[in-house]
Design a protein around this ligand. Sequence first.
Ligand code: FCB
Length: 444
Amino acid sequence: MDSLPSFPSTFLWGVSTASYQIEGAANEDGRGRSIWDTFSHAPGRTRDGDTGDVACDHYHRWPEDVALLGDLGVGAYRFSIAWPRIQPDGAGPANPKGLDFYDRLVDELVARGITPVPTLFHWDLPQTLEDAGGWLNRDTSYRFAEYAAVVADRLGDRVGRWITLNEPIVHMAQGYAFGTHAPGRELMFDALPVAHHQLLGHGLAVRALRAGGASEVMITNNCTPVLPASDSEADQTAAAIYDGFHNRLFLDPVLIGEYPPLVGPPDDAPYVHDGDREIIATPLDALGINYYNPTRVAAAPDGSPLPFEMLPIEGVPTTAFGWPVVPGGLRDLLVGLRDRYATALPPIYITESGCSTADEVTPEGRIHDTARIDYLDGHLRALHEAIGAGVDVRGYFVWSLLDNFEWAEGYHQRFGLVRVDYDTQLRTPKDSFSWLRAALRAQS
Ligand code: FCB
């Protein structure tokens, strides 16, 4: 395989994880219950009834995991903070042991020269807040800002870069509209206040983080290039609506201060208060983008509850999850965002990119995950093309360091550069780990 083209010398290379997917220790040191504890323990919600009770046991094994980061040679580590560890009921004074855990983690990262990039909310909402309405309740936005201030107060002397929310579209759609993720509500279009309250919480948190000394604050959105299935007007309209929900609903209000047409809250929505738009549009220092694949969209068949239908993308490889592998989609997405938002688009970090593979362990204990190497190689080349086309991209984070709890799929999808044996918690770097380490060395 040819070596990768050169990225800018200041480019930030990293890997990503999330608290509920790796930490385990669900009942330790005063951690409160999260919506994912409730959801994963409810019958039939996750594959094989898998839960994050133990996950990768990262809460106890974090020194070993940070050592893996050091061995890999990344400059940054994106992890998320479990709100229920900090405020077990989502409000009020901090749980000191929860803060201590992230404090030690940050210290160790900094000692190794690895930039910590914490995400404040990667879907594990305190259950107490959900019981009061979750993100349907405006109060959750204010609780989120308080939590942001508490964390910044403790970590802000060593952490400058922050991410407020992870993929608010996925949390709204899967968690509140379709019910396939926690909290498992099936509100369909009545889930829209969840978009507004997450965005309001984001804007308030940006202000709280800045007040706490943050130097670079971003939101991470899951974005996808939308491919209309045909030139027909019906398919084009369906594609525009899908693009509105998936991409624009959480970008337009943040970057240009307006909800997109067709999909935003109606003008008379009672949950949109005077002044909210200004808070949501508080200027950002950067934008996090998670990219996995493009989406092909057609007009919905008669009788569908949705105004669009997703179709498979033919003629491309798929991951173990069945997701289409289209590296050029990353370039097209980034160039498209630059064209759409122009000077309103801040510098971008790719905060997740990766694939699940059907790994086998050889008798020698090796994992030859060549599909992941091909995936990363292709996406990094496409990213380089986007940078060459003038898009200001400052970093790339692989999802994920470790195999982990993949939400409703439980432990069935393996996204890690490092294999985790869930019986023994043995970590085994895969071939992709060695490939990435060599690629990073060649960049420096
Ligand atoms: C993203 C999530 C992340 C992980 C990957 C595969 O949508 O942010 O936690 O599950 O997908």
